[in-house]
Design a protein around this ligand. Structure first.
Ligand SMILES: NC(=O)c1ccc[n+]([C@@H]2O[C@H](COP(=O)([O-])OP(=O)(O)OC[C@H]3O[C@@H](n4cnc5c(N)ncnc54)[C@H](O)[C@@H]3O)[C@@H](O)[C@H]2O)c1
Length: 405
C-alpha cells in the first residue's frame, strides 16, 4: 500500500477523528498540514495555518484534503481543493444547499477526483453486515425498512440546541445534518436504487421559550439551584458531572470543561438559544421496485443509537443497537449475531466506522479505478437529494415530493 499525504481543514471533533488514522497507520497516511484558527495544533503535523484559505493558497504537496469545518464552510474550500487537483474527504453534508452539493459533485466528476463523503455508518460493522446479508440473497428481496434514529437527549441538546448545528440558516436542516447518514444507508443497502417519493413531518416541540421553567437564568451557571436541580439539560450536569460528551472536546480537563459551562455557547439554557431545527422528524420514502422505508429521528431518547428492522421476502433482520437478529421464515436459520465487531455502542467513533472510512478511501485511491471513483461521487448525492426533499415536504406541511432525476 502506498503512503498518502493529507491536509486537514478544521481540527475539531471530526478532523481529530480522521487524523487518528495517521497515528495508527503512519505507513499509510501522513498529515502534512492542518488549518484551524483555534486548535490546529491538537493534530500533530509539520505545518499549521490559521485559515483554510492560507493553506490552499500555498498548494502544499498532498493527495487528499480533508474538509472537516462547519457545514457553511464546505463549499468554497471543496471547490478550491478540487480545482487544485486534490481528492476530498468531505464531511457530510456535502454542503447546506442542493445546488452547491450538485456543483461540488459535478466539479469532482469533471476533474476526475474522488469525493469521499463522511458517511461513516456504511463502515460500521453492524450496518456493513446488514449489507452483506442483503447482497448474499439469503434474505430474498428487501420489501420494507423501518428505521429509528434515537439521537440521545444529551447529544441533541449539545449539537442541535446549543451547538453550531442548531440553526438551519447558519448550518443545515437537521434532516440533512443528522439523517443524510441514514438515507445513505438505505440507498446503499438497496444497491443504489433511486428514491422516488418522499413525505415528511416534524417540528421543534420542546426547546422553545414557552417551555422555559419559571425563574430559569439565561446561563446554567446563573440558574437558581432550586430550578437547576430539576433540569436534566443543565450544562453543569452534562459537562461536569457526566463525561459522555467529553469526546467532542480537544481538552476535556476539569478546568477546560468548567470554562465550557461558564463561557461558551454550551453553557446556555436550552430554552433560550438561537435554535430553530426540529427536535423530532419522521420521513416516509418509496424507492424503485416498490420498497417502502420509514425513518424516525427523535431527540427524546436515553441512548444515542440507531435501530432498524428490514423485512425481506424470505425473512427479517432486526438490529437493536448492539445485536443483529436474523430470522428466516423457514425457521431453521434464526440467529443472533453479537460478535465484538458488531457492537455499535462506541458512538464516539461510530463503532469503528471513522477509521474504516479512511481505510476504504485510501484503498479506493490506491486502486485508482476512474469508473469506481465516479460511481462513488454520484452515489454520495443520493442521500442529500432525499434530505432536501424531506425538508421541502416538512416545510410544506407534509406534501409528497417526487424525485425526478
Ligand atoms: N460524519 C459524522 O458522523 C459527523 C459527526 C459530527 C459532525 N460532522 C460534520 O463534520 C463537520 C465538522 O464538525 P465538528 O463536529 O468536527 O465541528 P467542530 O466545531 O468540532 O470543528 C470544526 C473546526 O473547524 C474550524 N474552523 C472554523 N473556521 C475555519 C477556517 N476558516 N479555517 C480552518 N478551520 C476552521 C473550527 O475552529 C473547528 O475547530 C461538520 O460539517 C459536521 O456536520 C460529521
Amino acid at each position: 500500500m502506498r503512503k498518502f499525504k493529507a491536509l486537514i481543514l478544521g481540527a475539531g471533533y471530526r478532523g481529530r477523528a480522521y487524523a487518528e488514522y495517521a497515528e495508527i497507520h503512519p505507513d499509510e497516511l501522513e498529515i502534512v498540514g492542518v488549518a484551524d484558527p483555534v486548535q490546529a495544533k491538537t493534530i500533530p503535523a509539520p505545518r499549521y495555518w490559521a485559515d483554510w484559505r492560507e493553506c490552499l493558497a500555498e498548494r502544499p504537496e498532498a493527495d487528499i484534503v480533508m474538509v472537516t469545518m462547519p457545514d457553511d464552510l464546505h463549499f468554497e474550500p471543496s471547490m478550491a481543493a478540487l480545482e487544485a487537483g486534490y481528492h476530498l474527504l468531505l464531511e457530510k453534508p456535502i454542503s447546506p444547499t442542493e445546488a452547491q452539493c450538485r456543483e461540488i459533485i459535478a466539479k469532482a466528476l469533471w476533474k476526475r477526483r474522488l469525493v469521499f463523503v463522511g458517511h461513516v455508518l456504511r463502515f460500521s460493522p453492524a450496518f456493513a453486515r446488514v449489507k452483506a446479508l442483503i447482497d448474499s440473497g439469503e434474505m430474498g428481496e428487501v420489501v420494507s425498512i423501518n428505521h429509528q434514529e434515537s439521537a440521545g437527549y444529551f447529544k441533541v441538546a449539545h449539537s442541535y440546541v446549543r451547538g453550531i448545528f442548531n440553526n438551519s440558516a447558519k448550518s443545515s436542516p437537521i434532516i440533512l445534518a443528522k439523517c443524510s447518514h441514514d438515507f445513505d444507508l438505505f440507498s446503499w443497502w438497496l444497491g443504489g436504487r433511486k428514491c422516488l417519493k418522499v413525505a415528511s413531518f416534524g417540528s421543534l416541540k420542546h426547546f422553545t421559550a414557552a417551555n422555559r421553567p419559571k425563574g430559569a437564568a439565561d446561563r446554567c451557571a446563573n440558574c437558581p439551584p432550586s430550578v437547576e436541580k430539576n433540569c436534566v439539560w443543565s450544562a453543569r450536569k452534562m459537562y461536569l458531572e457526566s463525561t459522555d460528551l467529553h469526546y467532542l472536546f480537544a481538552d476535556p480537563s476539569r478546568r477546560a470543561m468548567q470554562k465550557v459551562v461558564d463561557e461558551s455557547r454550551f453553557g446556555r439554557c436550552v430554552y433560550c438559544c438561537d435554535n430553530d431545527v426540529p427536535d423530532h422528524q419522521a420521513v416516509l420514502m418509496e424507492f424503485e421496485g416498490g420498497v417502502t422505508v420509514s425513518h424516525v429521528m427523535t431527540g427524546f431518547t436515553n441512548r444515542n443509537m440507531r435501530t432498524t428492522r428490514i423485512s425481506c421476502t424470505k425473512g427479517e433482520m432486526f438490529y437493536d443497537g448492539s445485536e443483529l437478529h436474523v430470522n428466516l421464515f423457514s425457521g431453521d436459520t434464526a440467529k443472533t449475531e453479537v460478535p465484538e465487531q458488531l457492537r455499535g455502542g462506541n458512538y464516539s467513533r461510530h463503532g469503528g466506522g471513522d477509521l474504516n472510512l479512511v481505510a476504504a478511501m485510501l484503498r479506493t485511491l490506491e486502486r485508482g479505478d476512474e469508473r469506481e471513483i465516479c460511481e462513488i461521487d454520484r452515489m454520495s448525492l443520493l442521500s442529500h437529494v432525499i434530505s432536501f426533499a424531506a425538508e421541502r415536504s416538512r416545510l410544506e406541511g407534509g406534501v409528497t415530493v417526487e424525485l425526478t432525476d
